[in-house]
Design a protein around this ligand. Structure first.
Ligand SMILES: Cc1cc2nc3c(=O)[nH]c(=O)nc-3n(C[C@H](O)[C@H](O)[C@H](O)COP(=O)(O)OP(=O)(O)OC[C@H]3O[C@@H](n4cnc5c(N)ncnc54)[C@H](O)[C@@H]3O)c2cc1C
Length: 381
């Protein structure tokens, strides 16, 4: 079963929100991008600016340069950046899940080596889970890492790898032992240097015209053994814990937020009744999902297991963010025939979000997989 406790943010957290808004105002040159999607704005300079403010690795230990702040403070920073349309994708994955993974399972040497660069907004990570024919069923990954003296020899292909062509490292789920009856055994996670280890990276164009994800090919790539994260063979347990970080944040319901903000601007102070109803409907959903996401931040803060709650936030959040452009389209029915100048930024954010929206319920785990996780917790399967 699951539970979403009510959480109230402290005054300090609200002060931090004001600081982030002031920072955004000072850095208008970097934004707003047309949409609030966390994947489409890769800007190392902006990430470094956030690093200087202490807004990457906010909850991590001071010994690596982390802020030792709460998950609530982190959530406030991320929701302000996303809703403003800030370009956050460069550091996003490292901050959200690679860093926490290394803190939990990495060796002291790995933490010392990778975390300070992430915190400064200078070192970026990708996720190497999906493979051709292996997305939802992660346990069937085929990429192999074979021990050879002090190294592992990696062969295989990863796909849909966000920002592999721009980032520095990828943490790959690989098979270090042959598959047995226990499909979850023999998997491990290993860090590969995308710039120096001889990996082949081919960008894949998406429907919106962007090249944000890739095919990543490993042909006899040799990686030192000390790049294994955690115990060899423990990859399945590690990946499962990583997915909770991947699924619970505000990026799972805010991807279409700029459409909502621009809709309000376009409708002005006196919206027609059907427009007011659309705005009210979307606002109600935003508030509910935000309360749920805050509650998950509270559980992370308390060190609780949030796998099911994270799946629920993602499942409801992704379906909602797909709905936002649809509701906006009905509120402004003449989009196609209205002069683009009259619509202003609404037109741009609407077009781009509409084209990106099919990916919302795929990335990070599909709708069916998340419903399976939720159904299991309810004892329905
Ligand atoms: C924008 C974007 C960015 C991404 N970035 C990354 C990344 O950085 N790194 C990475 O590793 N991956 C990434 N992915 C991949 C993503 O995680 C996978 O696409 C996703 O897990 C689905 O896997 P698949 O595409 O192989 O589909 P499949 O697993 O083949 O699924 C196809 C369909 O079958 C359904 N299905 C599958 N199994 C079941 C089942 N047991 N029960 C019911 N229905 C089922 C699925 O829900 C889906 O509708 C990204 C994807 C997108 C769209």
């Amino acid at each position: 079963m699951f539970q979403f406790d009510r959480v109230a943010l402290s005054d300090e957290t609200q002060d931090l929100r004001a600081q982030v808004r002031a920072f955004i105002d000072e850095n208008r040159a970097y934004l707003p991008r047309p949409n609030s999607d966390f994947v489409t704005g890769h800007d190392p300079e902006f990430s470094q600016k956030l690093g200087e403010r202490g807004w990457i690795g906010m909850t991590w230990p001071a010994q690596y340069g982390g802020g030792e702040r709460s998950n609530f403070e982190r959530l406030v920073v991320t929701e302000e950046l996303l809703s403003a349309g800030a370009p956050v994708s460069a550091h996003w994955i490292a901050d959200r899940q690679s860093g926490p993974l290394l803190l939990r399972f990495g060796t002291p040497e790995q933490r010392q080596r990778y975390l300070p660069g992430i915190i400064r907004g200078e070192r970026f990570f990708s996720i190497g889970m999906s493979e051709p024919d292996t997305g939802s069923d992660l346990a069937s990954v085929r990429t192999s890492a074979t021990a050879e003296g002090d190294a592992y020899r990696i062969n295989g292909t990863k796909v849909w790898t966000t920002d592999a062509h721009r980032n520095h490292f990828i943490i790959c789920l690989v098979r270090t032992a042959a598959q047995t009856e226990n499909r979850h055994a023999g998997l491990s996670q290993i860090i590969v240097d995308l710039k120096n280890d001889g990996v082949k990276i081919r960008p894949i164009r998406n429907m919106a015209g962007g090249e944000d994800f890739n095919e990543v090919v490993f042909e006899d790539v040799l990686v030192p053994k000390n790049r294994i994260v955690g115990e060899p063979g423990n990859g399945w347990q590690q990946v499962t814990s990583e997915l909770a970080y991947e699924r619970s944040g505000p990026e799972r319901f805010l991807s279409a937020y700029r459409v909502f903000a621009e809709l309000i601007r376009l409708c002005g102070d006196s919206p027609a009744p059907h427009q007011a109803a659309a705005i009210g409907r979307l606002a109600g959903h935003f508030m509910t999902l935000r309360r749920m996401s805050l509650s998950v931040a509270g559980m992370l803060e308390a060190g609780k297991d949030v796998v099911v709650e994270a799946a629920l936030v993602k499942e409801l959040g992704n379906n909602f963010e797909k709905l936002v452009p649809e509701v906006a389209r009905l509120a402004v029915p003449d989009i196609a025939h209205t002069d683009a100048a009259a619509l202003g930024l609404f037109r741009q954010t609407f077009d781009e979000t509409m084209l990106l929206s099919p990916s919302f319920t795929l990335r990070g785990g599909t709708r069916e997989i998340l419903r399976g996780v939720i159904a299991r917790s309810l004892g329905l399967r």
